[in-house]
Design a protein. Sequence first.
Length: 143
Amino acid sequence: MNKKGFTLIELLVVIAIIGLLSTLAVVALGSARQKARDAKRLSDLRSVQNGLEMYYAEKAAYPTAATAITLGSTNYACLNAATGFTTANCANAFLNPVPVDPGSNSYAYTSADGSTYTIAATLESTVNNLTGGITASPSGIAD
């Protein structure tokens, strides 16, 4: 008797292998998304730093904010030459729009006296030896 086809065991083994491979692909994709969001965060911080340096070159001080402001929110969506961080669609903008965190976190800017500033952000994974909460300042980005 010549039977053609697959046995139940063979089909179960193939299904198990496909399930294992798809699980590995989903896990790898999640990690890649984390790294992409973190790379965007670092890029955003560098963009804001560049805008702040242009502002400093013109005003000889950074925009002041005694308490932390959320960059990219409605009230702080643009870096204006005249007033610092302000609402969207501003004239003479050094940075328009101000970047928003790609995840569920935010960028918090503080500058007590305008001589320096800090921007706090949170990374999801390790990037360039930076991990967790990071701070951008005129001297660079550090954790």
